[in-house]
Design a protein around this ligand. Sequence first.
Ligand code: 7RM
Length: 659
Amino acid sequence: MSSASTANIDVLLSEHRRFPPPEPFRSHALVRDGTFAADADRDPVAFWEARARELEWITPWHSALEWTPPFAKWFLGGTLNASVNCVDRHIRGARRNAAAIIWEGEPGDRRTLTYWDLYREVNQAANMLRALGVKKGDRVAIYLPLVPEAVVSMLACARIGAIHSVVFGGFSPDSLRDRINDAGATVLITADGGYRRGQVVPLKRNADAAIAECPTIEHVVVVQRRSGSGPDESFAEMQEGRDHWWHRLMRKAAQWCEPEVMDAEDLLFILYTSGTTGKPKGIAHSTGGYLTGAAATMKYVFDLRDDDVFWCTADVGWITGHSYLTYGPLANGATCVLYEGAPDWPTQDRFWSMCERYGVTIFYTAPTAIRAFMKWGTSFVTPHDLSRLRLLGSVGEPINPEAWIWYHEVIGKGRCPIVDTWWQTETGAIMITPLPGATETKPGSATMPFPGIRAALMDANANEIVEGGGLLTITHPWPSMLRTIWGDRQRYVDTYFSKWPGRPDLYFAGDGAKRDADGYYWILGRVDDVLNVAGHRIGTMEVESALVDHPAVAEAAVVGKHHELKGQAIAAFVTLRAGHHASSELRDTLREHVALKIGALARPDDILFSADLPKTRSGKIMRRLLRDIAEGRALGDTTTLADPSVVASLKDQYESQES
Ligand code: 7RM
């Protein structure tokens, strides 16, 4: 970011609404005041040791942290097994018969697994993998819809010390192939199909196309998702010797599987995340540190109790699905809802009917979903009884104040605190977040670092910015930090610890943020997305917030395009709420609206109305492609898009508008 910090346009910081923890939430919360955070701040390592002690270890660690920047090791000498922490621990106590997983398939089929059920399945699946020759340290690729077997597979790997690599079921054969080959996986677990908007996603067919070019794969295990066989079996043509039905192997697998003794630093999993350029990075997470971070944040950020029903709407293919569908909740003995399908299937109230059906108490989703709900309108929400909800969460992108307030009022009925949680695949667990019983929230701010986490904003020369805008950095190691990029240590160093020369101790998150006078963080998004209009640094998020503040607008994405005089001019892509229509009057109105909210400088030169915005499959807006459109360039890599047709039609529209 440029040094023109005095020229910042502080629209977000003019957000003055405050939401203290509501009663009776506060008086019943696990953390009710600042002492928990203050203690952690005095000695972060001791804080994390106390959190690690909430897990079950086979042998205790002899030293908590070894930090040779930029390489950290946590809980040295300690051994444990993640699956024992997530399952065995609970079947010895009061959670034995409690629901671990309440699953609903998109077609409406349902399954509930108690901790006891999960324990049996994980043991058998672990034996199944061992029988296929999988050993400690081997890699297992998992390419499944969101079915209970996805969670069972992850825990089965953890039990025998195999490193899992989950690949999102929406990825193409080519993406799957590249990830399998980079990891050198020997076994692939997939399904005959999964359901999305009523259609079958032919996972096994995709997998077959992928592994035709994956020399390391020896066995494929196929979960039968599609009910009934017959002609539909063409969804999974089984190759003799290589391919096996999950349910047949499970029938043969013994009930007890001795868990592998894992060193705290042994890898638990790899998860691929697309870099800005080039091939995806295999983010590698450790067993002891990762589990400590996931379990502690789950407990304290979500104020988790035994009678909660927790629903995180992410897929297991993303880090959120690893930390807050699987390891975090299960390490705490929580009850989780898992849903396979789309939020608008068969109707746009699917999430709310499920919240009602299962009495969901904690709901965790992404701003992109919240903005979709806003666009669809409140009539899909109000008929449902959401009175069990007590806490709401947001993750994945900056949440604009308008969406925050809508979430608070329409879903939370003004009763539920919102935790806006900032973190990354690389951080493994939530890093900046309110503690819902202790932190006064401000709409649009992720507030402050979780206890035991030290964050700061820096300028380009590693001078700390106490108030104002800068580059977000984590200044001290934390247990759930990535350990490396699989097979590429140098890329780990270059990508995350080389932003400030001579400071390999500073983790660079790639995000820009602002810090206000109270020390609250306002995440602005990826640094590459920040605009510079006539020397003024403007966050895309700020202009987008101003646009979405207008009642006609559901969602907006803003990019910079080259401008002779100003350096950059602003182009905005806007989708409208139900009942509003595109017109040149509305275009002028919106341009004025932004000028009024922020200043004339931020008035968009172009506004394009469109039905959809290009998004990654996890819901993040791909501004890079919008920049290509606005600048009239050929489109860059579109393979990670949820719906590639969206950009093509946007490009046509944009170009016809120009002429
Ligand atoms: C958990 C996850 C990471 C990137 C991150 C940010 C953005 C995530 C928030 C957020 C503003 C938030 N992992 N991001 N959470 N921005 N407020 N609460 O999303 O690896 O897929 O993405 O997502 O830019 O760097 S991720």
